[in-house]
Ligand binder design. Structure first.
Ligand code: TXA
Ligand code: MG
Length: 364
C-alpha cells in the first residue's frame, strides 16, 4: 500500500484539505492525524472492519480497546445511552481536551472497537485538524496512538511515517503536537471515578470539578510490582520501550549526576554505546557518547513534549544503554513519571536508599 502524506496547516486549512482523508475514512480506510496529545491512527469507530485494520497496522493485540474521537457533545449520545452527571461536568470543564472518559457502550459501537468490552472510551480532542477531520468526514474516529505497538507514541508526522509507512492510506502532517503524552483516562462506570491512565488533566484538576477521584492502583509502581491487573487493558503491556536498556536514577541532583557518569564509564569500558537523558540544568555535566536534554526542570510541559521524541532519537543512534534522571511525581509529573518508568521497565536506582549510595561510594 502507498501511504500518502498530506500537509495541513493547523491555523489555515480549508474543507478541500480534508476531502481525500474524509473519503478514505468513509470507505473504511485508515488516516493518521495530529491531536493535542500525540498522533492518532484513525478509522471509522462504528465499523468493526476498520478496527481490524488498525490492529493489523499497529501489530496491536485486538483485546486492547480503542478511543473514539468526537467533535461535538451531541455525538456522545450515539456511543452511550448513559451519560452520568459527573461526565457532563467533566466534559464541560475539559472538552475539547486531553481527557478520555469511559462509558457503558451503546449497541451501535462494535465489539471490534472496544476489544470485546461493554464499555467505550470517548474523547473530544483539542486540535483544529482533528476536529475538522471528524466534522468533514462525518465519521466518529476510533484512534489509538499512531505508533507500532510497543514503540513510543508519535509526536510528529515523521514518527508515524517511520512506523506505519506502507501500512495505512494517509498521514496528515499537522506539525508537532502540543502536549506530547497521551490523554488522561477516567472511568465513570465504577462507583468512584477512577483514573486508568494519568495525563495532562491531573487528579487534582478532576477533583476540583467532581470531588473524590481514585487512581487505579495497578498502574502505580507498587501495583505493577505486585502484579495487579490494570483496568485499562493497554496499561498491562510493556510500552514505550526504547531499543536501548534504560535505567533511571532518583535522588539529589549532584549524586544523580555522579552516579550516572560512573555508570556511563563502566559501560564505555565494555565498548558499549551510551546515552544520557539530561535536563537543561544538567546537560553540561555529563560525559557520554550522546547527551540529550529532555527539557527544563522549570517547565514540566517541555519535558512531556520531548519525552517520546528523545526515546526515538536514541533508537536511531543505536545507543545500547541509556541513563536518565527522575522527576517529581506530583500533579502532571505523575503522567511523566508513569511513561518514563514504563519505558525503563521500572529499572530505577534510588540514591536515597543506602544500597544506591553504597554503589556510588564503591566506584568513587
Ligand atoms: O491521547 C490519547 O488518548 C491518544 C490520542 C490519539 O487520542 N490515544 C491513545 O490511544 O493514547 P491508545 O489506544 O494508544 O490508548 C488507549 C488506552 C489503552 O490503554 C486502552 O486499553 C484504554 O485506552 N481503553 C480504551 N478503551 C477502554 C475501555 N473501554 N476500558 C478501559 N480502558 C480502555
Ligand atoms: Mg498507545
Amino acid at each position: 500500500m502507498i501511504t500518502k502524506v498530506k500537509k495541513i496547516n493547523r491555523d489555515a486549512s480549508s474543507e478541500k484539505d480534508y476531502e481525500e482523508a474524509s473519503q478514505i475514512l468513509r470507505n473504511g480506510g485508515l488516516v493518521a492525524f495530529p491531536t493535542e496529545t500525540v498522533y492518532g491512527l484513525g478509522g471509522d469507530g462504528l465499523l468493526a472492519s476498520a478496527a481490524e485494520k488498525i490492529y493489523a497496522a499497529k501489530g496491536r493485540p485486538s483485546d486492547n480497546p480503542l478511543i473514539i474521537h468526537i467533535a461535538d457533545i451531541e455525538s456522545l449520545a450515539l456511543l452511550t445511552d448513559e451519560v452520568p452527571e459527573q461526565a457532563r461536568k467533566l466534559a464541560d470543564a475539559f472538552w475539547p481536551g486531553p481527557l478520555t472518559m469511559i462509558f457503558k457502550k451503546s449497541a451501535k459501537v462494535p465489539y471490534g472497537t472496544t476489544g470485546g468490552l461493554e464499555t467505550v472510551a470517548v474523547r473530544m480532542p483539542d486540535h483544529p485538524v482533528a476536529l475538522d477531520l471528524i466534522r468533514n468526514s462525518g465519521v466518529l474516529i476510533a484512534a489509538p496512538s499512531a505508533n507500532t505497538s510497543g514503540r513510543p507514541s508519535p509526536t510528529k508526522a515523521d514518527h508515524v511515517y517511520e512506523d506505519l509507512n506502507g501500512k495505512i492510506d494517509m498521514i496528515i502532517d499537522g506539525g508537532s503536537v502540543g502536549i506530547g503524552i497521551e490523554s488522561t483516562i477516567v472511568d465513570l462506570t465504577s462507583s468512584v471515578p477512577t483514573i486508568l491512565r494519568p495525563g495532562f488533566i491531573t487528579k487534582e484538576m478532576l477533583e476540583d470539578v467532581i470531588g473524590i477521584v481514585e487512581i487505579d492502583k495497578a498502574i502505580l509502581e507498587k501495583g505493577v510490582k505486585d502484579g495487579l491487573r490494570p483496568k485499562a487493558p493497554g496499561m498491562k503491556y510493556k510500552h514505550y520501550a526504547p531499543k536501548g536498556d534504560l535505567t533511571l536514577y532518583d535522588g539529589e541532583e549532584d549524586l544523580v549526576v555522579e552516579a550516572i557518569n560512573q555508570a556511563v564509564k563502566e559501560k564505555q569500558k565494555l565498548n558499549k554505546k551510551v546515552g544520557v537523558i539530561a535536563t537543561d540544568e544538567t546537560k553540561e555535566r555529563y560525559q557520554a557518547d550522546y547527551v540529550m536534554s529532555i527539557g527544563s526542570r522549570k517547565n514540566e510541559q517541555s519535558i512531556a513534549k520531548h519525552l517520546y521524541g528523545i526515546l526515538r532519537d536514541f533508537d536511531h543512534l543505536e545507543v545500547e544503554y541509556i541513563y536518565g534522571e527522575c522527576f517529581s511525581s506530583a500533579n502532571f509529573g505523575q503522567a511523566i513519571m508513569n511513561r518514563l518508568l514504563k519505558a525503563a521497565g521500572y529499572q530505577v536506582v534510588k540514591l536515597s536508599d543506602k544500597e544506591g549510595r553504597d554503589k556510588v561510594d564503591e566506584l568513587r
